[in-house]
Design a protein around this ligand. Structure first.
Ligand SMILES: Cc1cc2nc3c(=O)[nH]c(=O)nc-3n(C[C@H](O)[C@H](O)[C@H](O)COP(=O)(O)OP(=O)(O)OC[C@H]3O[C@@H](n4cnc5c(N)ncnc54)[C@H](O)[C@@H]3O)c2cc1C
Length: 482
């Protein structure tokens, strides 16, 4: 009897290559390491939804080129129903992981889809780009590739002008007929240790006189010379059942060291080309498709934290107090604001010059820029309402000895819940607020899309202010005597 691997198993199997993943000072095999077990199981399950008859039509579409079902993040939207169907696929993965896993590759795949869909725009900058990105897009679709993106250089001395700490920046040190050799470092690359490929390009504008720093490359995660240095793992031991979110959903973050990594020419999408790399960085199709996924995930996460906070308020009997209701109302208005912006972005989606239907970016951008304040505020509200209860969670198992068990049962129950359920609820709340996973999520929502200060400022800079100023102007012409 032949045993065929599921799509998820095939993905996990692919990670058994020579990749250099460093954790706790040692080079480790991700598939065999306890720190990655829960996360890989989660991703395996999500990948399998593409073939599950119950979820397949939501999460995937039939792709003629590959003759297979493909995740909808690869779908180039050509109509409003396409935009909505991509949203349904994002929502399904996000809801299954409570919005806690952000880089399940649907973000990076969507960026790729956007660049592919608008590839001809780049021909003036580099005639080879369209062919290269088409070939890679088809390959990634066919291989169901798990992708991630990294843009930032290491935080050494941000006061230096671009290029002055050139040694740290990713650059080409050699090239020949087959490809290039790159050296340097990048941060932060979420999910890189278990990705198939990593897409790297600079986040900042590279000045025209430094073309050697302006590239866009796609690097296989198992490339010799690429070292992925993980932060500490938050996935707790198998035996610990009190950190269930961390055990299942710790998407790892890593710093990448490129110690002379070979990249074949077909994966060097742009080369020595500051203007072209800047166009890629600013590409609206790619940003609109990818952040559409991000804000749908954010909405799932806000729903989850609102659910946990509401359950706690009810269980400790504070949900009838006006101040508590006001804070719960704030959580609901956060959730509904993001939901409303997603609806508006989809309803106002329209075709670009190439016939791609794109969610309206101004609403996606607003949702994204609100998210970096909303989520930290949601965590603050959960802490304010749960208060000392977050610290009265017993460590270890609570079915200890008979005497302790009966006292826990007597003193740690809630309005309707018995002690075991209420302890579970507070464990969940602690994971969102006080655990290393919770702290990482607070930081993630603030920074994942880049510097929130510059992102918001950019929204002002890009806005058509003439129209606004026009509303003030008639008042300026009125005589002070009127
Ligand atoms: C958990 C996590 C996961 C992430 N995952 C990814 C990922 O997978 N891929 C990816 O590409 N990115 C990822 N990011 C985002 C990215 O790596 C950066 O965190 C983000 O772009 C901000 O840059 P920085 O952290 O280097 O902060 P810095 O740029 O060093 O900023 C530090 C502080 O200085 C201020 N500052 C810095 N420069 C200036 C300036 N010129 N003018 C004014 N103020 C300034 C900033 O406002 C900020 O307060 C992730 C971030 C986090 C926190």
């Amino acid at each position: 009897m032949s045993i065929t691997m599921s799509r998820g198993q095939a993905y996990v199997q692919r990670l058994n290559d020579e990749r250099n993943v460093w954790l706790d000072g040692e080079r480790i095999q991700v598939t065999g390491h306890q720190a990655f077990q829960g996360t890989l199981q989660t991703i395996e399950g999500l990948f399998n939804l593409v073939d599950d008859p119950e979820t397949r039509e939501t999460v995937a579409y039939w792709d003629e080129q590959t003759g297979s079902y493909v995740h909808r993040s690869f779908l180039v939207p050509r109509s409003l129903p396409d935009v909505n169907s991509r949203a349904d696929a994002f929502r399904l993965w996000a809801d299954r992981t409570y919005g806690v896993m952000s880089r399940l590759s649907d973000y990076a795949r969507s960026r790729l889809t956007g660049w592919y869909a608008t590839r001809h725009e780049m021909t003036a900058h580099d005639p080879a780009f369209a062919g290269k990105i088409s070939a890679y897009f088809e390959q990634a679709k066919r291989n169901d590739a798990f992708l991630t993106i990294v843009q930032r250089d290491p935080q050494i001395n941000r006061s230096l002008p671009v290029g002055e700490d050139e040694d740290a920046m990713l650059r080409i040190v050699k090239s020949n007929a087959e490809g290039v050799v790159i050296r340097g470092a990048k941060m932060v690359a979420t999910a890189a240790p278990y990705a198939d490929d990593i897409i790297a390009y600079p986040v900042q504008r590279i000045p025209g006189h430094l073309p050697e720093l302006a590239h866009m490359v796609i690097v296989a995660a198992g490339s010799p010379g690429l070292h992925m240095m993980c932060r500490e793992s938050f996935a707790t031991k198998d035996t610990d059942k009190s950190h269930l979110l961390s055990a299942q959903y710790d998407e790892m973050d890593a710093v990448l060291f490129f110690d002379d990594v070979f990249v074949p020419w077909e994966r060097v999408l742009l080369h020595n080309n500051p203007e072209a790399v800047w166009q890629i960085r600013c590409n609206t199709a790619s940003a609109s498709l990818a952040y559409h996924q991000s804000v749908i995930r954010l909405h799932s996460k806000l729903e989850f934290i609102t659910a946990v906070t509401s359950a706690i308020a009810k269980e400790i009997g504070v949900d009838s107090f006006l101040n508590v209701q006001e804070q719960l109302g704030e959580l609901i208005s956060q959730m509904q604001t993001i939901e409303g912006l997603i609806i508006a972005a989809e309803a106002q989606s329209k075709p670009d010059a190439f016939g791609n239907w794109l969610p309206e970016f101004k609403y996606i951008e607003t949702a994204r820029n609100l998210g970096n304040r909303y989520y930290p505020r949601a965590v603050e509200i959960l802490k304010t309402i749960a208060a000392g209860g977050l610290i009265q969670i017993p460590s270890g198992t609570f079915e200890m000895n008979e005497k302790m068990g009966s006292m826990i049962g007597k003193y740690l129950g809630g309005v309707t819940m018995q002690a075991p359920e209420k302890i579970r609820l507070f464990q969940l709340a602690w994971e969102l607020t006080g655990s290393p996973l919770g702290a990482r999520h607070d930081l993630y929502e603030r920074f994942y899309a880049g510097d929130p200060v510059r992102n918001r400022a950019n929204q002002y800079v890009q806005y058509d202010k003439e129209r606004l100023l026009g509303k003030v102007e008639p008042w300026l012409r009125r005589s002070l005597k009127d």
